[in-house]
Design a protein around this ligand. Structure first.
Ligand SMILES: Cc1ncc(COP(=O)(O)O)c(C=O)c1O
Length: 445
């Protein structure tokens, strides 16, 4: 499998010199007076002092960040239950925020994805290319409409849709691609859209982690014919529960809306073929709770600022961490991407380059007080549902997905610090430097 090399190592010439002469490995500086940072300190694993002592270590990743505005937004509704007006207001604001012609709020991201699959109106047996490294909701609702997932690998350093792998998995039944912008990092939608156009495929997006993330100035969820967002509590724009579909075409918007909103077809233009379904809709009820809409509207006002601060905080940490040998972050290294962060700050270890295993590194880091783990995500293609043909129009092919396996073998999730904690970041860097300074002995254990 061809994989892009994604490397943010800064590689200053002094550092390269040190590396190439072996001076760094020997613990010597150019002046010969100081040692590799942390080399003389005893690891906490071996009885030394813990590096992480900062009082905010347990609370710096607090989420959601709600305050007086959110309390007021909820109380206002409780005191004056004014129907469903908040939902329409949120849709209007969302359309302006990401610049999309049509948007429909749904009860959650799963609902937005389900309505999207319905709106596709594809014949049963149509296949959709989708990563296995995702939440069930990106895939399982396809089943309800006779659609079949074609599992595509991810790039293990970006955790995103691997276009080169997708090219190999195209079948005569493939009708659409559905990339997921994992934890706020945009997929390379420019390349994906070019290829999809060439092959006549529909492009969809799961933007449930990517509220306001952009590529080339264009928001995620607007690169495709239809996109889906989640406002579940852990997400970058939390409303406890909620979702949003984005649509470039009026017909998709009307179909998705009619599927889950029995009371809205009469709001469509007179010539709409879906107006007649007023009062019945076409399936289920996916209406968002107005309290959630009020929360999301309140959070939307501060989203850009939170995103900016969160990204700065991650840079404060990662710019130093990725200088350590064999330690990488989740990135394409593209300057035309504006990502956001959510839930984890994902790092990857190259065990060969580092000289110790992930498990050894994680154990030593945890002893220093670093909140990390051998991070694995449930791969959908390994779940029982996909192995039982009776649930699908035709059985999904269960492939080998080495990139997804590699991600699960090398990822080390750090918390995403949501408040400004420069001292804690310094301590995290110190802890990593200390463990890395002992990596040879750890690797031998
Ligand atoms: C990638 C992805 N897609 C879809 C969803 C579904 O969103 P919701 O929980 O709002 O239904 C989630 C939720 O975690 C998700 O992570």
């Amino acid at each position: 499998m061809q994989r892009k090399t994604v490397d943010r190592k800064s590689g200053s010439s002094r550092r390269n010199f040190l590396k190439s002469t072996g001076a760094l490995a020997a613990g010597l500086s150019l002046a010969g007076t100081s040692t590799v940072k942390g080399a003389t300190e005893t690891l906490a694993l071996n009885g030394g002092p813990k590096t992480i002592t900062h009082p905010s270590a347990g609370t710096a990743a607090k989420w959601p960040l709600w305050g007086k505005d959110e309390e007021k937004a909820v109380l206002d509704i409780v005191r004056n239950p004014a129907g469903y007006g908040q939902i329409a207001l949120l849709e209007k604001e969302w359309k302006a925020f990401i610049n999309t012609p049509y948007a429909k709020a749904h009860c959650n991201g799963t609902g937005a994805l389900t309505a999207m699959f319905f709106a596709l109106d594809l014949p049963p047996g149509s296949e959709i290319m989708v990563p296995s490294y995702t939440f069930f909701a990106t895939i399982v609702p396809m089943r309800l409409f006779g659609l079949v997932p074609v599992f595509v690998d991810i790039n293990p350093r970006t955790l995103n849709f691997d276009l080169e792998d997708a090219k190999k998995r195209l079948t005569k039944n493939t009708k659409a691609v559905l990339p997921v912008h994992w934890i706020g990092l945009p997929c390379e939608m420019d390349h994906i859209c070019d290829w999809a156009k060439e092959k006549g495929l529909i492009v969809l997006e799961d933007a449930c982690h990517a509220h306001g993330a952009k590529l080339k100035g264009k928001a995620m969820g607007t690169w495709s014919r239809m996109g889906a967002f989640s406002f579940q509590c852990s997400k970058p724009l939390p409303g406890i529960e909620g979702g949003m579909g984005t649509y470039q075409d009026k017909a998709d918007y009307e179909r998705a809306t009619t599927y889950g909103h029995y009371g809205l077809p009469s709001s469509f233009p007179k010539d709409s073929e879906y107006r007649k379904f007023q009062g019945t809709g076409l399936g289920v009820k996916l209406r968002m709770h107005p309290l959630a809409a009020a929360l999301v509207r309140s959070q939307l006002r501060g989203l850009a600022e939170r995103t900016r601060k969160g990204a700065a905080q991650v840079r404060r940490l990662n710019d130093r961490l990725v200088k350590l040998p064999g330690l990488y972050e989740q990135t394409y290294g593209r300057s035309d991407m504006e990502r956001l962060h959510y839930a984890w700050n994902m790092l990857f270890i190259d065990e060969k380059e580092t000289g110790m295993s992930r498990a050894q590194a994680v154990k030593a880091l945890q002893a220093e007080g670093v909140r990390t783990s051998n991070t694995t995500y449930r791969l959908q293609h390994k779940c029982a549902l996909y192995a039982e043909a009776k649930w699908w129009h035709h059985a999904p092919v269960i492939p080998e997905l080495p990139g997804s396996e590699q991600a699960n073998a090398t990822a080390m999730g750090l918390p995403y610090f949501t408040s400004e904690v420069p001292e804690l970041c310094d301590q995290y860097v110190k802890a990593f430097e200390k463990v890395w300074a002992h990596r040879k002995e750890l690797g031998k254990a």
